[in-house]
Ligand binder design. Structure first.
Ligand code: SAM
Ligand code: SF4
Length: 336
């Protein structure tokens, strides 16, 4: 019998990773750490978060092996996230290697930006397609209220650098019911003179407690239209955000209904947490312990076969997955 590599090269095994609803997986999100230098209220409690021991976190060589396994299924896009990816020592070295992987078309990062400018010189030399910068408020008081730290200036310096660099930039803002007016007004205004996409995200209950006071995308859009008389929807290829433009603006506004989950029918992603748990959906409990497999005697082929099997079990949408969810962990341990 041919192994999977031979089957793939002889065309006998579909080289694609497809779930039972026909959705092809093309995009892998990898969390490199559960640790973070901020303490965003919507993501984790102020205290009591237990950090995962280093030996349980995937080693960089294990992450590289996984990327090789997943690219053999045709996955071309990877996003590194966390916790805060830049707090992990050696992360830029991993980026350096992965961005030279010829099987990948696109390497991306989601970061809170606190440490970004420290690595600017190295990052500029790498082939990074996009950085999503989390920036919830331009107001010092509100920034500190959300993140429980006073690093707004560091994040704004990172934004300045990003806007001058060749790296495509999106800003992520999780809309808070108590300060939505300031968030939406100030961040939408950024799109007028900057070629940037500002994305307003519905808060999900992944904060360790499960409590959630969601400010919906529908209400965000209504507030934007209340401020700007001319706001047009723009047609983009289907993705998680529905995009809008204020008339005459250089940039765009994206609305992500992550709580409503209106985009699940076109979901093309898989997640790997920092401990190597594969998740078909943010709302599932984890479907395959990749770390255990990587640290066993299993061959790449055997791991591939188990991945195919687990992807086949991907549920229709996040509402279905939530029915079986044991606990709303902190997003820092899942990798948002
Ligand atoms: N620390 C990095 C950062 O903040 O960009 C990367 C990890 S963070 C978990 C990834 C993304 O998840 C961020 O854009 C963050 O705003 C988002 N996020 C965290 N908790 C969330 C929640 N409860 N609901 C919606 N988005 C959340
Ligand atoms: Fe840290 Fe990102 Fe979570 Fe904020 S959202 S606490 S920056 S992991």
């Amino acid at each position: 019998m041919q192994n999977i590599d031979q089957q793939i090269s002889s065309g006998k095994c579909p080289p694609k990773l497809t779930d039972s609803f026909g959705r092809q997986i093309k995009y892998l999100r990898i969390s490199v750490t559960d640790r973070c230098n901020l303490r965003c209220t919507y993501c984790m409690p102020s205290e009591g978060i237990t950090t995962i021991p280093h030996n349980k976190i995937l080693r960089f060589e294990e992450i590289e092996r996984l990327i090789d396994i997943f690219t053999s299924f045709g996955i071309e896009k990877v996003r590194f996230t966390g916790g805060e990816p830049f707090v992990r020592k050696g992360f830029v070295g991993l980026l350096d290697k992965v961005s030279r992987n010829e099987n990948l078309k696109s390497v991306n990062i989601t970061t809170n930006g606190v440490l970004l400018t420290k690595h600017a010189a190295q990052l500029e030399k790498l082939n990074i397609e996009n950085i999503n910068l989390s920036l919830d408020s331009l107001d010092e008081y509100n920034f500190e209220k959300i993140t429980r730290k006073n690093n707004l200036k560091d994040v704004l310096d990172s934004l300045d650098w990003l806007l001058k660099s060749n790296i495509k930039t999106k800003i992520n803002c999780v809309v808070q019911a108590d300060i939505y007016k300031e968030q939406i007004k100030n961040l939408s205004e950024l799109t007028i003179n900057n070629d940037v996409e500002v994305r307003f995200i519905e808060q999900m209950p992944f904060n360790g407690s499960g409590a959630n006071n969601v400010f919906t995308s529908k209400d965000t859009l209504a507030y934007i239209k209340n401020i700007y008389s001319e706001v047009q929807e723009i047609q983009t290829k289907r993705n998680t955000a529905v995009n809008y433009k204020i008339k005459g603006a250089k940039g765009t506004i994206g609305l992500i209904s992550s709580y409503e989950r209106s985009f699940c029918d076109s979901c093309n992603r898989l997640r790997i947490t920092s401990i190597g748990m594969m998740k078909n959906c943010l709302y599932d409990n984890g479907v395959l312990d990749l770390r255990e497999l990587l640290r066993s005697e299993k061959s790449d082929d055997e791991i591939r076969a188990l991945i195919i099997n687990s992807v086949g079990k991907k549920l229709k949408d996040g509402h279905e997955a939530e029915k079986y969810l044991n606990k709303f962990d902190s997003m820092s341990s899942i990798g948002g």
